[in-house]
Design a protein around this ligand. Structure first.
Ligand code: GLU
Ligand code: ZN
Length: 306
């Protein structure tokens, strides 16, 4: 990957990216892969990394996971320049403390007349979509029904067919039509959780994140998140994307580490005697970023893209 494309597009503005884990489990090797890209690219281009805790799903998120994520990052040596450090001084960077902001965004969308109530269960949607070949996640069933305000309903965004473009450092100029490819997006679920899409877009805007580095698994959501972003911003700005390869692809693991459970937590590797630099080195090698399996320190990640 050539980082000069990112630098050129930033036009002298400082790079701001983020690591935004969901505290619904422990960090594993896939997270190290992600951190290698986030910190490696940020440090190579003299940028900043923000740490944001994405606990928008209150039923799945647990504070003990947030604590363990902080410990693992410390141990690995991935230090954020800004963001969540503790409950006390990280308020702006933990989604559960910022419901008002997501509610405001939702109100704005309601005022624009682009939201509606959806009473479909997941099962129902799945059954209906079986016969549809489009690959969208939702067929827009309730859009026309104009349900009155209901307690037990989720809120969706009308996503119309429109081609959107973005630039990605690994994929180049890219195009998606979120209306056709993704469908009407969930903004708030029936358990009153704001969706990942709504909270991540609101947060990236207010945290002034200009380079979004994330796994290729999130690529299908990029167009629809841009669509939402354009509705929320008075003067739409274009973030730069880096969708990076995932560690867990195919039936791969040739990795030495995975004689153990491939999904084992970082903490369990630590307990069985692996060093942080060993883990980072192994993962970088497995991603094809280095030629040997030797140790690698966070401060040397820059060399991967030099
Ligand atoms: N919180 C998301 C996750 O843990 C990542 C958000 C993003 O990179 O857009 O998968
Ligand atoms: Zn519906």
């Amino acid at each position: 990957m050539d980082l000069t494309g990112i630098e050129d597009r930033l036009q002298g503005v400082k790079l701001r990216t983020r690591f935004a884990p969901t505290p619904s489990g422990f960090l594993h090797l896939g997270h190290i892969a992600h951190c290698i890209y986030v910190w490696g690219i940020a440090r190579s281009l003299n940028g900043q990394v923000l740490l944001r805790i994405e606990d928008h799903d209150r039923q799945r998120s647990k504070h003990c996971y947030t604590e363990s994520i902080l410990q693992d990052l410390d141990w690995l040596g991935f230090e954020a320049d800004e963001g969540y450090r503790s409950e006390v001084d990280g308020e702006s960077f933990v989604q559960s403390a910022n419901s008002k902001l997501y509610e405001d965004a939702l109100s704005l969308l309601k005022e624009k007349g682009v939201t509606y109530f959806c009473t479909c269960s997941r099962k129902l949607i799945k059954e209906r979509m079986k016969s549809e070949a489009s690959g969208r996640g939702y067929d827009g069933h309730c859009r026309q029904l104009k349900h009155p305000l209901k307690g037990d309903a989720s809120i969706r965004l009308e996503v119309n067919s429109k081609m959107l473009s973005f630039w990605d450092a690994t994929l180049g100029d890219s195009f998606q039509n979120p209306g056709l490819e993704f469908g009407d997006l969930m903004l708030k679920d029936r358990r009153l959780n704001f969706s990942y899409h709504l909270s991540v877009v609101v947060d990236d805007l207010r945290h002034k994140v200009n380079v979004l580095i994330r796994g290729l698994d999130l690529l299908p959501a990029t167009g629809v998140q841009l669509y939402l972003r354009n509705l929320l911003e008075q003067k739409p700005t274009k973030p730069i994307f880096v969708h990076h390869p995932l560690l867990y692809q195919k039936d791969k693991p040739s990795i030495k580490l995975s004689k153990r459970n491939w999904d084992a937590s970082i903490a369990s590797f630590r307990k069985s005697g692996f060093s942080a630099d060993q883990l980072i080195g192994q993962v970088a090698f497995e991603l094809g970023l280095t030629k040997s399996e030797g140790k690698l320190k966070v401060r040397d990640l820059k060399s991967l893209w030099a």
